[in-house]
Ligand binder design. Sequence first.
Ligand code: TYM
Length: 326
Amino acid sequence: MKRVFSGVQPTGNLHLGNYLGALKQFVELQNEDECVYCIVDMHSITVPQDPKELKAHTLDIAALYLAVGLDPKKSIVFVQSTVPQHAELSWVLTCNSYTGELSRMTQYKQKSHGQESAPTGLFMYPVLMAADILLYDTDIVPVGNDQKQHIELTRDLAIRVNNKYGKTFVVPDGRFLKAGARVMSLDDPTSKMSKSNPNEKSRISLLDPPNKIKKAIMSATTDSDGVIAFDVENKPGVSNLLSIYSALSGKPVEDICAEYEGHGYGDLKKALVEITVDALTPIQQRYNEIRPSQELVDILKDGTERASVIAEATMKRVKENFGLGL
Ligand code: TYM
């Protein structure tokens, strides 16, 4: 049995990209492997947060985790800040990382907008992420494509520490899906679907009502040649719709193209609205039941206890190998 770890930031509602790139994999893996899924609230404070909203969003994401199908009997589900070893290991890894490699991280470059003085938390973000992963002796990290560089850094840090201090960490691998690893924005299919895009119609959030889903999909940017074909370079909008269709329905893209041969984009979009509404409705129903329940908090507390057992054992080993403590 392999150990799986992944995390999601509690910033706002999750969108279809988060679902298809990450959460769908989380659910698939829990039947085969030992899975640990985290809500990474400490990553969220790398940019300013309203404290009340942050707490509420943490529970929102936990409820979404369960609503998409995570089973707390199979998977450990917990909140990052409730296991202090994440911060502890992050410091140890900080002392083994270099400013050069951290300043090459594309997400840091985007978020710091090239300013000379950016928040230190944004700079250290990938090291905390590496700590999350290495703390659980993780073999597999299911994530979207945008996290590839962070996983590479995690591997580099693990190998570096193992070479210097003796075998301390398991070296993890990223797991990326074929369809869904990079869901693009509906209004601009050359950039990824993201929580921070100010245009609401650029994304589909998991809790959107059917009329909002319809508006976003029907107004999605396509092209003017009217042929339903998969060609990311020349037809990024249609290709994105086909990828989403494929990821939600399980049908290969080629079959969808064959099915819609001779049809216009309107037909494809209408079918995609239906598939999306059908996929999200049961998730929303479960979410509405789980979100206000005390059971949700109890599941997270139990998750903290189970995660702590693993985290404490790893930190003990790290301290021994580094000569920390008495
Ligand atoms: P976050 O919260 O931005 O996103 C959560 C997950 O969703 C994936 N994702 C996407 N996948 C496909 N298409 C998209 N448009 C899209 N947008 C987001 C992300 O790749 C991610 O898997 N740094 C992480 C959180 C994190 C983490 C970790 C992940 C912290 N520690 C340890 C794994 C292991 C992040 O910001 O994800």
